[in-house]
Design a protein around this ligand. Structure first.
Ligand SMILES: NC(=O)c1ccc[n+]([C@@H]2O[C@H](COP(=O)([O-])OP(=O)(O)OC[C@H]3O[C@@H](n4cnc5c(N)ncnc54)[C@H](OP(=O)(O)O)[C@@H]3O)[C@@H](O)[C@H]2O)c1
Length: 299
């Protein structure tokens, strides 16, 4: 049976570390603050925003959620972001995605100051990651996955990491993070996606296999090399009348079968998800510290 990588526990340790640092800033009358922009009534987005707010409250980061109707015009969001960029008491800005189809997500993300882009999706932050430059924000889910691997002694250095999924928020940034020429990097990375022929022949070569697809339990036991470390990013709702909510969450990996041959595996829920939130807090703390330093230098 595989080692179960306990993301919940590791995330809780990270949150405690963050709380201590936040407290130090608060004692100097500096208050880390995250503003969240939520558009429309998407129930999943509302849940995510509530979870993020609760996590911020727990570590002492103040938050404010600005809500807009589905019908909001792009210009109004742009103006709001502009004023948040200029507001020195706001250190992190997060636009909860997805946005309604009449709004250009890329334009909105580009409007956020890269210094306050705690999701790490701004092209400047993505560019820094891709070029292997220091000082940018790394998207929360990839950063959380790397930390999970490092804190459980499964360093990706020198390993063949196969990532199934090439999204801009998980697959791609994770690959670039693991390619960096520094601690936690130096992996050999293969990206797979929906147009990859014979996926199984590639996943079978992975020392570390990351599934970020969004298809319930698509990674089966016969697609995984025995002894592989398996990171399951997927969060899929599967109908289950025995549950009070009428569904249960499952990953992209067939956990019950794959855990019989893997060396280590993340569960869903309780694996990658809590780490994503922990890294949102960490990025907000970093943004606060950097902006504080800038203020001091200007004075
Ligand atoms: N736990 C967390 O904190 C967290 C954070 C983010 C996302 N997630 C979850 O992770 C999953 C992926 O999220 P995402 O935003 O990266 O999704 P996404 O943008 O929909 O990307 C999915 C990727 O999977 C690929 N794909 C789809 N079907 C495939 C198949 N049959 N074989 C191989 N590749 C296939 C797609 O290929 P193409 O590019 O060719 O379309 C795409 O690259 C979702 O379940 C999401 O809810 C969890």
């Amino acid at each position: 049976m595989a080692e179960i990588i306990d993301g919940k526990q590791i995330a809780s340790e990270i949150r405690q570390e963050i709380a201590i640092e936040v407290q130090k800033l608060r004692e100097k009358n500096y208050y880390p603050h995250l503003t969240v922009i939520l558009v429309g009534e998407n129930p999943a987005s509302q849940v995510y925003v509530r979870m993020k707010k609760k996590a911020c409250d727990e570590v002492g980061i103040s938050t404010e959620t600005l809500t807009f109707p589905d019908s909001v015009e792009e210009k109004e969001l742009m103006n709001t972001i502009d004023s948040l960029n200029k507001n020195s008491t706001v250190h992190g800005i997060l636009v909860q995605l997805p946005l309604p189809s009449h709004i250009d997500e890329n334009r909105i993300i580009e409007k956020i100051s890269p210094d306050k882009d705690v999701d790490g999706f701004h092209p400047i932050n993505m560019g820094k990651l891709t070029l292997g430059l220091e000082g940018g924000f790394v998207p929360c889910t990839p950063a959380g996955i790397l930390e999970l691997l490092l804190r459980t002694n499964h360093s990706p250095e020198g390993k063949h990491v196969v990532i199934v999924g090439r999204s801009n928020i998980v697959g791609k940034p994770l690959g670039f993070l693991l390619l960096r020429k520094q601690k936690g990097g130096n992996a050999t990375v293969t990206f797979c996606h929906s147009k990859t022929p014979d996926l199984k022949s590639i996943t079978l070569k992975a020392d570390i296999l990351v599934a970020a697809v969004g298809r319930a339990e698509m990674i089966k036991k016969d697609m995984v090399k025995p002894g592989c470390v398996v990171i399951d990013v997927g969060t899929n709702r599967v109908k289950d009348p025995t549950k009070t909510k009428g569904y249960r969450l499952v990953g992209d990996v067939d956990f019950s079968e794959v855990s019989k041959i893997a060396q280590a595996i993340t569960p869903v829920p309780g694996g990658v998800g809590p780490m994503t939130i922990a890294f949102l807090l960490k990025n907000t703390l970093e943004a606060s510290k950097k902006l504080k330093e800038k203020e001091v230098n200007i004075k």
